[in-house]
Design a protein around this ligand. Structure first.
Ligand code: LLP
Length: 423
């Protein structure tokens, strides 16, 4: 069930694969952040990259959220979702000249600058457009977030940000640049971080450097601590939102600066599941089977890309016939339907032509048969947002459950949608 609505009913009505989100959980997670600050001044800039489906962006806007956009296209989505320019921070390691120009013309809250070259380009743009540009400088603190190497960003060897010594040198010249206004320091050391230590150290460094800059006369407005709080995908330990925010406030309080956060995953991940239908079950080895489902790396890339774990659970499919699947090999333990207490070891795989297209490795699950529906959990962030058309597979449908009702917030892509772009 999702907030009183049977997932099986959604799978039947909309088809699979389909993402289903809980509006209640999205609101709970957002409010948990907001409330954790107590009275401490802050702004939450939800990271659109985690999930920028319009209805979700709008839901968060209605709660008072602002956004972090990572491309001009995310800025455009933010605008269409009703966010004001001053509610947008623009991050990204490779903002094109056209993207920068759009952000400058729009007058976003801050452009988070990632290099000396980018700052120079911004200055030229500011002159061309006769605007003053509000910017933050993203420092690379050389802190190991100890997350997956693909999503750790705070080490000097990572492409992100400006090393601290360089940033200090750069800022010495910033005061003299008429059209550039430094409004904050920005730091983001990675994503899916499950220990507070690197997050706290990054915040502490940002506090030290911000305090220095204040002493030098820079009129900083806030400190931007990025996103990064991990969630527990596998039941392992992860800090709570309250512990995370509490630690950050403790570090930043000495500067008296408001805190900007850019949470993505920690708001959206637990609020979404991906529903997929079992297409086929076939023997793998003596002790396990392949369960081939109609969602794979095209719908949820995380397992293939990061070897990420997502819990998988069959959902009951009312009316499913409790018969033996026709494919049950004769020499093996008889297979029984989900709903009995029999379990089996599965490699849960997608339909894509890649051996890396595995959704769940070595999962002991209730016995599965073709047509059963499974829910892949914690897929609300970096799920639909990273989907692709590989093998010409259509982008999946998305459904929002709110107050016991559900509605399609993105219809399934059709082949005509895909081919409309082609000559
Ligand atoms: N701010 C900046 C500058 C970021 O680069 C990111 C994420 C966030 C905020 C949001 O971080 P979060 O709160 O979600 O950890 N595709 C990967 C995650 C990539 C994260 C990239 N940056 C995954 O599926 O795990």
């Amino acid at each position: 069930m999702c907030d009183g609505v049977p997932l099986a009913a959604i799978a039947t009505a909309v088809g699979t694969p389909v993402y289903v989100y809980s509006a209640a959980l999205l609101r709970d997670r957002y409010r948990a952040f907001d409330e954790a600050f107590g009275g401490y001044p802050h702004a939450l800039h939800y990271a659109l990259k985690a999930n920028s489906t319009l209805a979700i962006a709008r839901l968060l806007r209605d709660l008072g959220s602002a956004v972090d956009a990572n491309s001009v296209w995310e800025i455009e989505v933010a605008r269409r979702a009703g966010f004001e320019p001053r509610q947008i921070v623009f991050t990204g390691v490779g903002k094109s000249p056209a993207e920068l120009e759009c952000a400058v013309a729009l007058g976003v809250k801050a452009i988070n600058v990632e290099s000396a070259g980018e700052l120079a380009r911004l200055e030229a743009l500011a002159a061309k457009l006769a605007r003053t540009v509000r910017f933050a400088i993203r420092i690379n603190p050389d802190i190991d977030a100890k997350s997956h190497p693909h999503i750790s960003t705070g080490l000097r060897i990572n492409k992100f940000g400006v090393p601290l010594d360089e940033a200090r040198a750069l800022l010495r010249t910033a005061a003299a640049r008429q059209r550039l206004s430094l409004v904050a320091l920005h730091v983001h050391v990675g994503s899916q971080i499950t220990s507070l230590d690197p997050l706290r150290r990054a915040a502490s460094l940002a506090a030290d450097v911000s305090a220095d800059l204040l002493r030098q006369g820079f009129q900083l407005e806030y400190v931007d601590l990025g996103g990064g709080l991990g969630v527990s995908y596998d039941g392992g330990a992860a800090p709570s939102i309250a512990e995370y925010v509490g630690a950050l406030v403790e570090e930043i309080r000495r500067t008296s600066l408001p805190i900007v956060l850019e949470p993505g995953r920690s708001i959206a991940a637990p609020a979404g599941v991906l529903l997929a239908r079992v297409i086929d079950v076939k023997p793998r080895d003596a002790s396990s089977d392949f369960a081939i489902i109609d969602a794979g790396m095209t719908e949820l890339l995380r397992p293939a890309l990061y070897n990420a774990y997502h819990a998988i659970e069959p959902i009951s499919t009312p009316g499913a016939s409790p018969t033996e699947p026709a494919s049950a090999p004769p020499d093996r333990e008889p297979l029984r339907r989900a709903g009995t207490d029999a379990t089996r070891l599965y490699e849960v795989v997608g339909p894509v032509c890649e051996s890396s297209d595995v959704v769940g490795r070595d999962r002991t699950l209730p016995v599965l048969s073709p047509d059963d529906v499974v829910a892949i959990r914690d897929a609300g962030a970096y799920g639909s947002a990273m989907a692709s058309n590989y093998n010409r597979r259509p982008l999946p449908a998305e459904v929002l459950v709110d107050g016991g009702e559900w509605r399609v917030i993105r219809r399934r892509q059709t082949i005509d949608d895909q081919l409309a772009l082609e000559t």
